[in-house]
Ligand binder design. Sequence first.
Ligand code: GLA
Length: 668
Amino acid sequence: MKKLQQINLVISIFVLSFCSFGCQAKDYVYDPVIVRDCDVVWLDELDVSKVASGYGSTQRNLSIDRNPMTIAGVVYDRGIGTHATGEFNICLDGESSRFKATVGIDDEVGEHKASVEFMVYGDGVELWRSGVMKPKMPAKQVDVDVSGVKHLKLVVDEGENNSYDHADWADASIEIAGKVPVAINTSRPRPYILTPKPGLQPRITGPKVFGVRPGNPFLFTVTATGQRPMKFLAINLPRGLSLDFATGRITGTIEKEGTYKVKLAAENSLSKNSRAFTIKAGDTIALTPPMGWNSWNCWGCAVDDEKVRATAKAIVDSGLINHGWSYVNIDDCWMVKLNSDDPIVGGKTRDENGMILTNEKFPDMQALTGYIHGLGLKVGLYTSPGPFTCQSYEGAYEHEALDAQKFAEWGFDYLKYDWCGYGTVSKGKTLEELKKPYQVMRRELDHVKRDIVYSLCQYGMGDIWEWGEEVGGNCWRTTGDITDSWSSMSKIGFSQDKCSPYAKPGYWNDPDMLVVGQVGWGPNLHPSNLTPDEQYTHISLWCLLDSPLLIGCPVEQMDEFTLNLLTNDEVLEVNQDSLGIQAVPVFKDATRQVWAKKMEDGSTAVGLFNLDGFVKQKVTVKFKNLGINGDYVVRDLWRQRDIGVFSESFTAVVPSHGVVLVKISEKK
Ligand code: GLA
């Protein structure tokens, strides 16, 4: 290939000098100007800083990690090295004739499990698609007619997941018939706000049902929107509980098992609002999906005490708490790293009694949980059943009892238990082996006098949704890790129908945490790569799916759009509905889907989704597919207003990658 390129170079020098008039040299401002045929522009000659890459920065004539571009052993001198999810937009203005390239995964990924798909679009129409490509697969040739195309879009999508997706567009060129193509910025559509601001009058939000184990500390904050000061009331609270009128916090313990019907009220100088609330003292907690925050999608291992406190405080200051957001969860990296030279503990991961130690970024866990509880919020923690976590920090293996005790003593209310290092201990992946570590920790959690939501994380292995409840989980991850791309979010979200029958109060499928706001999985954050419409889709779908809702961005840095996205009480009610029925698809075609879920008040929540990446489309829900017929009121939940009365069907025009989320209720 190198040799061929050299010959090409000689020919090109000749051609260039020979026909430079026809090349309109004045139009070529590329840097550096590399020898080329006069009627061909190489991709690497364009402004590659305009290429969006999912990781690192796009390279000219090198792979993303700056190695010679190599696909299946063949080295290429020209092209661009990118990482999925990537996008390159080029203005051809109808004056080019062909686009050619040789594409594949760069050999530098070694044995890692990368997978990507290359796509070429002309004015929104798919011209070519590679299919999923894996490392070491021979390169594929693209050679497409782009005559008349104004806007050429080159996309590298993650194939099956988004790690090590080093994608090369080698020997990539555009044959031009006239004007020179120009790289254009991948435009980020402007965020637009749909949710009306909450009114000044009090309105109680959050779940209508709450589960607690008899004898364990009860911690629930009644939440409401509306002008402060506000006074909270609770009528018929079971014996052992009391309410703080000023904060809405209910604490105490219930000794006797039973279902207690309570009436909650919130009152300010303008009016009073009340609603029924059921407390179930029994053996099931998390009767609605947990809502809160987790440190992973934003800070990754850069999480520390200060960042966690900042988010907790911001959940209160921003008013998120008034919409039912209640957990503040610390993910991986709070323990001591294995083999680290930690300055404080000198590399020791546990004390002489085997008790787990924190690293220097978490100097006082109990003070931290105290601070967060003091704000009326709850706190969560992460560990692994293995000897080490995914990031090689101390895990719980063979210390499960001590760790469960310690977590309860520190005051944690939520535990994410992540398989990772357990892979080195497990003897295989039989169902029995997959269940074992989760059963062990369940037993230990049962011994502590605290309600700890138990979140199982093992990426869906062994169809965990079929046995997550049996091993005592309150929620279980159904997929690998999410990233902030349409491809990742939509693939995960729209594939959850298989798990749907297993969701119910106390037991939830978890398609992973939210990727809205600033994300980054480390110290450097970036705005989510999801467009505003994709973010509306993400939140609508996760609500329909009864998924745990865990915000993955620093709340103290949240912009108005993101805050608005997360504070629509009518949308959140879909997620928090007491029936706990997970949505299922009632219609699917190549680019449209309709998902529906029955609600406690007899209505149906329906998401009309447009999966097409370019055009808005009409999407219809037929009432017979919802098992209803007659006149129904359709309410737009994002805009919080009734659209009208419909019979037989409802059709909405849905933006590209967007959603219209409605509630369909019988006309009174
Ligand atoms: C796994 C999990 C993530 C996160 C990281 C932490 O990848 O799936 O959600 O907890 O581990 O290392």
